[in-house]
Design a protein around this ligand. Structure first.
Ligand SMILES: Cc1cc2nc3c(=O)[nH]c(=O)nc-3n(C[C@H](O)[C@H](O)[C@H](O)COP(=O)(O)O)c2cc1C
Length: 333
């Protein structure tokens, strides 16, 4: 029998395929379908710092305080839509999902600054979440702000959240960091049990007729896998944390690659949003079939087998490979 089980953040999972944060976790029936299809764990869509601050400012507003900052805080929030949710409702949803599902449920907080809003980490734990994912989606636009300033704030935020909870903490990060291994090490030293690589950044486009910004969200393809694949390969065995790969997981071969790089789990959103829960079973059966054919007995056996520490050509992950790839390119005749 092929053993597909893995552990992530101390949680035992029946296989390495986890649904990453997305609107799929908004409805209990959808989440149940994912569980029935074989998904081993589910990360909830995020509760945002802005939503929590907005809620408390609104309260202040009605208590006749903080009226100055109230309109500004309102402007951050989309009117309605999938992510317009009251923090209390989010907590109730965590409890509802926990009751409805047997698989682990991971809550998600999304924010960048330290402050009272991080109390929600403890409240998500109290609501029943098995673990917490902290997403620090941030775009630096001020030339006066240094990478050190940003990293220090994020490391402090991780320490603050970690000290508020007893459940494991994973941190979802950006790939755009000058020294990713150093930053990851700092996050782990601050208390992160797992690192989720990577946040997918949604780039605005221009509408040339209307001269307006176009907000578009393109779903990923398997080619998006390469970036997290490289970095998990580099980090595996060097930093004492679990790794979750997110971005570009669509097929069983993507899951295999994630495991061989050194990830504990492969997370999927775009494929599930596009194809629904029916995408899950074929990936798991093809994964097991491939492993059986190649005589792998367990997922554990392959985890990290293609990491930088394990491969015959470690330089393939580094600058040396850059020149090699460029010189191997053949122009069209
Ligand atoms: C519609 C949509 C909503 C998402 N919402 C969240 C969210 O609330 N919090 C979060 O951390 N990531 C969110 N993500 C990012 C996904 O969890 C995932 O990291 C990203 O889509 C890359 O994985 P994929 O290639 O499988 O789509 C969202 C993605 C999509 C497409």
């Amino acid at each position: 029998m092929t053993d597909l089980s893995t552990t992530y953040l101390g949680l035992r999972l029946k296989n390495p395929l986890v649904a990453s944060a997305s609107p799929l976790s908004k409805r209990l029936d959808r989440a149940r379908q994912l569980e029935e299809a074989g998904i081993a764990g589910i990360v909830l869509y995020s509760l945002f710092e802005e939503q929590i601050i907005h809620e408390s400012l609104e309260l202040d507003h009605y208590l006749d305080r903080g009226t100055e900052s109230f309109p500004e805080a309102l402007s951050y929030l989309p009117d309605g839509g999938l992510y317009a949710i009251r923090p209390e409702k989010y907590l109730n949803h965590v409890t509802g999902l926990k009751r409805a599902l047997k698989i682990p449920v991971i809550g998600s907080l999304n924010g960048v600054s330290k402050g009272g809003w991080t109390n929600y980490a403890r409240r998500i734990e109290e609501a029943g979440a098995d673990a917490l994912e902290l997403n620090m989606y941030y775009i630096a636009t001020d030339p006066e702000t240094s990478s050190n300033d940003i990293e220090d704030t994020q490391v402090d935020l991780v320490a603050e959240v970690k000290s508020a909870i007893n459940i494991p903490l994973a941190v979802k990060i950006s790939p755009f960091v000058t020294s990713l291994p150093n930053f990851v090490k700092r996050l782990v030293d601050a208390g992160a049990d797992g690192i989720v690589l990577f946040n997918r950044f949604y780039q605005p486009d221009f509408d040339l007729d209307e001269l307006e910004i176009v907000h578009s969200l393109d779903l990923s393809t398997s080619s998006d896998l390469r970036l997290p694949l490289r970095w998990i390969s580099i980090l595996h065995g060097k930093v004492n944390a679990d790794f979750a790969l997110t971005s570009g997981v669509h097929t069983y071969t993507d899951v295999l690659k994630a495991m061989m790089a050194g990830a504990q789990v492969a997370m999927m959103a775009s494929n599930l949003l596009h194809n629904g829960a029916q995408a899950v079973a074929p990936i798991l059966s093809d994964l097991a079939a491939w492993m059986q054919k190649r005589e792998y007995r367990s997922i554990r056996q392959m985890q990290g087998s293609m990491s930088q520490k394990s491969v015959k050509e470690p330089a393939a992950f580094e600058r040396a490979n850059y020149m090699k790839v460029l010189s191997a390119f053949r122009e069209l005749p």
